[in-house]
Design a protein around this ligand. Structure first.
Ligand code: ATP
Ligand code: MG
Length: 564
C-alpha cells in the first residue's frame, strides 16, 4: 500500500502543472493513508528512482547558496546516499534508537535538510530550533523533550555546554563544523567514514516525524508533534495547490529552520519533486532577496508578512525576476496594502495561507482562485473548517467566532498528534466536535475566511468588538506608517479603547507627533468603520516581536494595562 501511495504521490505531481479551481481541488484531493509510511523511503527514494529513469527535470533536490559564491546542489540520488550515511552516524556513533528525540539547532545549511532525512530513515524525532535560542530556551527545550542528543554548530555549542549539566537525558552532542570541539562528536568526520548502505526503518504512518515548537507569540512555546502522515501526506495540499509546485519548480522559502514553516521546505516541496532553494542569509536582507530572485531561476517564493513589509519598503530594484511566477505568504495576516505594492512591482499576487504549528494548511488562496485581498482564502480540502461560538455551535456566514476544525467523529490525520507529553494541554484544544485554533474570524457568503485576531487580541470597546488586523491594515495604507500594532488600552468610560503603537517611515519621523496622530486618526476613520479608529497612539522605534518576526501584541497590551 505504501508503495502504491508513493507512486501516486510522484506520478500525480510529475505531470504538467495545471491551474486548479477550488471546487476541482476539493474533488481531486482524496489522499490515501497507508498503515505504514515513511517519507524518506516512500517519497524521496521514489523521486530518486524517477530521476534515475530520466523522467523528471534535471533540477536538483536541494540547491543551497551562501551569497558569497559557495553553492551545494544535491540530486535526489545524492540526497539519498548522503542521508543513508548520516543515518548510520545517528544509529552508530550517536546510538539513537527509533523514537528517540534529538534537538536540531542548525542554521540554513545543507546539513539541516540532510539530518532531517537521516532522522526519517532511523525513526529519530528531530526537534528543530533556531540559532537565536538563548541558554534558557535550550535548557527548557532539552528538559521538556528529554532529548537524547543535540546537533548544532560552533556558534551554539558553548550555549549548549552552559546548560548540559542540568539535562540528565542528554547522551551525546554532535557538532556540524569544519573544526572539532572537546566533548563533541564530529559529524563531518563520522559522515566521511560512514557506510552508504542503510535500511530505512519501517514506520507506521502515525510515527512522529518531527516536533516543532510554536512561535511563542502568546506564551511559552508548545512542543507540537507531527507524524510521517500529517506532514508527509498532509503537506502535499500546500505543495500542490497553494505553492502550485511540480518537479519543474525551484521553490524558495525564507523561513528560519526553527519554525514549522521550515517543514514545508521538506514535505510540501519534495512531495512534488520540486527543487528546494536555500539561501544561507543569516539575517533577512531585502537586497539579498532581490539579488537572488533575479540571479537564480526561482519560480515560487514563500515568505512572511513582516518580510514582505520590509521588501516593499525598499526602492524598486532595477533587477527583474524573470523566472518568478508565484508568491505566497503565511504566519501572520498580510496587509492588502503590502499585497498591492508587491503586485505593482512584480505583477504577481501574494497568495496568503493560514495555518498553525499544530496544523498543516487550514485556509488558503490556492493558485487559480480569485483572491479577495485581506482574506485567508478557503478551507483546505483536508479539513472541515468552521466558525464556532463558545459552546461549539457552528455560526452562519458573516458572524464572527472562533476558527475551528472538525475532529469528531474522525480526527483528521493531518493534524498534530499532540503537544508532546502534555495530554491536558492537548485535550484543552478540543471544544465539542472541534479543534479550536484560538483565532477569531468569520466566513463570508462566498466561503472565504477572514482573520479578525487572536482571541486574546480582539478589543472590546463600549460593546464593539474590534480586530487589530483591520485597524493595522488601515494604518499601513498611510505613507507615514511602516508598521503598527493595535491593542486594547484601559478607559474609564468605554472599558477599553483602541491604541495603536506606530513605527513611522523615515520621512515622517521628525513630524509633529500631535499632528501626525490626528492625521492618522482621520485616515483610519475614512479607511474603515470610524468607531475603530485608535483613540490613543504612541510612536515607537520598533515593535516587540518573536524571533520569527511576529508582533507580540500581548506584551504591549500587558504593559498598557499595567501602566494605568
Ligand atoms: P504560540 O502558539 O506559541 O503563542 P503562534 O501561535 O504564533 O505562537 P505558530 O503556530 O507559529 O505560533 O503560529 C500560528 C498562528 O499564527 C495562528 O494561530 C495565527 O494566529 C497566526 N497566523 C498564521 N497565519 C496567519 C494568517 N494568514 N493570517 C492571520 N494569522 C495567521
Ligand atoms: Mg498558537
Amino acid at each position: 500500500a505504501s508503495l502504491r501511495r508513493s507512486r501516486q504521490l510522484c506520478s500525480q505531481s510529475s505531470s504538467a502543472r495545471t491551474s486548479f479551481s477550488y471546487e476541482l481541488i476539493k474533488q481531486q484531493y482524496r489522499p490515501e493513508v497507508p498503515e505504514y509510511f515513511n517519507f524518506a523511503s516512500d517519497v524521496l527514494d521514489r523521486w530518486a528512482k524517477v530521476e534515475k529513469e530520466g523522467k523528471k527535470t534535471k533540477n536538483p533536490a536541494l540547491w543551497w547558496v551562501d551569497g558569497d559564491g559557495e553553492e551545494v546542489k544535491w540530486s535526489f540520488e545524492e540526497l539519498g546516499v548522503l542521508s543513508r550515511k548520516a543515518a548510520n552516524v545517528l544509529s552508530g556513533a550517536c546510538s539513537l534508537q527509533c523514537g528517540d528525540r534529538v534537538l536540531l539547532l542548525l542554521p540554513r545549511i545543507p546539513e539541516w535538510w540532510l539530518l532531517n532525512v537521516a532522522c526519517m530513515r532511523t525513526g529519530t524525532v528531530p526537534i528543530p530550533g533556531t540559532q537565536q535560542l538563548t541558554a534558557k530556551d535550550i535548557l527548557y527545550r532539552l528538559q521538556k523533550s528529554k532529548a537524547k542528543g543535540v546537533i548544532t554548530n560552533d556558534s551554539v555549542a558553548s550555549t549548549v555546554e552552559s546548560v548540559e549539566a542540568d539535562c540528565q537525558s542528554l547522551k551525546f552532542k554532535l557538532l556540524v563544523s569544519e573544526g572539532h570541539r572537546e566533548g563533541w562528536l564530529s559529524f563531518k568526520d563520522l559522515l566521511k567514514t560512514a557506510p552508504s548502505d542503510h535500511r530505512c526503518v519501517t514506520t507506521k504512518s502515525q510515527h512522529p516525524v518531527a516536533i516543532y515548537f510554536t512561535s511563542g507569540t502568546t506564551g511559552a512555546p508548545k512542543m507540537t508533534e507531527h507524524s510521517h502522515c500529517s506532514y508527509g501526506i498532509g503537506l502535499t495540499v500546500s505543495g500542490r495547490y497553494w505553492l502550485n509546485l511540480t518537479s519543474s519548480d525551484i521553490y524558495w522559502n525564507t523561513s528560519d529552520t526553527g519554525w514549522a514553516k521550515a517543514a514545508w521546505s521538506i514535505f510540501s516541496a519534495w512531495s512534488q519533486g520540486a527543487c528546494v532553494f536555500v539561501h544561507k542569509m543569516p539575517q533577512f536582507s531585502p537586497p539579498a532577496v532581490f539579488e537572488s530572485l533575479s540571479r537564480y531561476p526561482i519560480t515560487v517564493f514563500c515568505s512572511a508578512p513582516t518580510a514582505y513589509r520590509m521588501l516593499v519598503q525598499h526602492q524598486l530594484p532595477s533587477c527583474t525576476f524573470n523566472s518568478l511566477r508565484h508568491c505566497v505568504s503565511a504566519g501572520e495576516p498580510i496587509n492588502p496594502e503590502v499585497m498591492a505594492k508587491w503586485k505593482a512591482w512584480t505583477g504577481l499576487d501574494i497568495h496568503e495561507c493560514y495555518g498553525q504549528t499544530e496544523t498543516v494548511l487550514v485556509c488558503g488562496n490556492f493558485k487559480g482562485m480569485e483572491i479577495k485581498p485581506g482574506s485567508m482564502g478557503k478551507p483546505s480540502p483536508g479539513y472541515d473548517v468552521k466558525i464556532i461560538d463558545e459552546n461549539g455551535n457552528i455560526l452562519p456566514p458573516g458572524k464572527e467566532g472562533e476558527i475551528a476544525i472538525k475532529v469528531k467523529p474522525t480526527r483528521p490525520l493531518f493534524l498534530f498528534t499532540c503537544y508532546t507529553d502534555d495530554p491536558e494541554k492537548t485535550k484543552a484544544t478540543v471544544r465539542g466536535d472541534f479543534y479550536v485554533t484560538g483565532d477569531r474570524g468569520l466566513m463570508d457568503e462566498d466561503g472565504y475566511f477572514w482573520f479578525v485576531g487572536r482571541a486574546d487580541d480582539v478589543i472590546n470597546s463600549a460593546g464593539y468588538r474590534i480586530g487589530p488586523f483591520e485597524v493595522e491594515s488601515a494604518l499601513i495604507e498611510h505613507p507615514a506608517v511602516l508598521e503598527s500594532a493595535v491593542v486594547s488600552s484601559p478607559d474609564p468610560i468605554r472599558g477599553e479603547v483602541v491604541k495603536a503603537f506606530v513605527v513611522l517611515t523615515p520621512n515622517y519621523v521628525s513630524h509633529d507627533p500631535e499632528k501626525m496622530m490626528k492625521d492618522l486618526q482621520d485616515h483610519v476613520k475614512k479607511a474603515t468603520a470610524p468607531y475603530k479608529y485608535p483613540r490613543k497612539m504612541e510612536f515607537v522605534r520598533e515593535l516587540p516581536k518573536t524571533i520569527s518576526g511576529k508582533i507580540r501584541r500581548n506584551e504591549l497590551r500587558q504593559k498598557e494595562w499595567r501602566r494605568y
